[in-house]
Design a binder for this molecule. Structure first.
Ligand SMILES: CC(C)(COP(=O)(O)OP(=O)(O)OC[C@H]1O[C@@H](n2cnc3c(N)ncnc32)[C@H](O)[C@@H]1OP(=O)(O)O)[C@@H](O)C(=O)NCCC(=O)NCCS
Length: 178
């Protein structure tokens, strides 16, 4: 069992539920789980999952279907170079199925205890062990500050660092777990 689950509950957020308190230090991510996650679920835009300890949410993430498309790479050549080694017979494909981490946050006083990494592992292995559709990559628009966290978890940057952006697109190739 994933060790972050010991004495904790991991579950999908149900429709109509309200989360009463959550603070990861980022207002936008706090507001999402406190105010917007339910509406995103109702309108089929994303599904959120929470990790609870003593009935309090200590981390959450939300997921949506996505694709890793050639369009977001710096150039077609760059896309082909990065994909060539992964796909032998799919040279002309310009989109690959993916799952997007839309939001991802850990309560501020619970950071650096491996909870984020444990949740990333839950996402990775759910997609590998119980696939509901073809999904080759996990994608995320990583906050610049969180890039070391995603890198540590095997994600790579789509492009070189763009310093005028608050987030950078990154991806993880699920095939490396097969
Ligand atoms: C980023 C975040 C999800 C990581 O969760 P976590 O439970 O603290 O992560 P883990 O304990 O599994 O891993 C921590 C590792 O990531 C690195 N890390 C996490 N946040 C970091 C940051 N802001 N800057 C630099 N490194 C960071 C740590 O250095 C640590 O590495 P180490 O184990 O080598 O010391 C969490 O810090 C968080 O919620 N941050 C605020 C919201 C946010 O940025 N969300 C991501 C949106 S894309």
């Amino acid at each position: 069992m994933n060790s972050i689950l010991e004495n904790r509950r991991f579950r999908k957020l149900e429709e109509g539920e309200t989360i009463k308190s959550f603070n990861c230090g980022d207002t936008e991510l706090n507001d999402f789980i406190l105010k917007n996650a339910d509406n995103y679920k109702k309108t089929l835009l994303s599904v959120s999952y929470v990790l609870e300890e003593n009935d309090k949410v200590i981390a959450y993430f939300s997921l949506s279907n996505d694709n890793l498309s050639a369009d977001i790479f710096e150039s077609k050549t760059d896309f082909n170079r990065k994909m060539r080694k992964r796909f032998v017979n799919e040279k002309r494909k310009r989109h690959f199925p993916a799952m997007k981490i839309g939001r991802f946050a850990v309560e501020i006083n619970q950071e650096n205890k491996g909870i984020g990494t444990g949740l990333i592992d839950i996402i990775k292995y759910a997609l590998i062990d119980n696939p509901q559709s073809g999904c080759r990559f996990i994608t995320v628009d990583a906050y610049n500050d969180a890039i070391p966290f995603y890198t540590k978890n095997g994600f790579v940057m789509v492009n070189s660092f763009q310093k005028d952006r608050r987030t950078q697109p990154m991806f993880f190739d699920l095939a490396q777990l097969l």
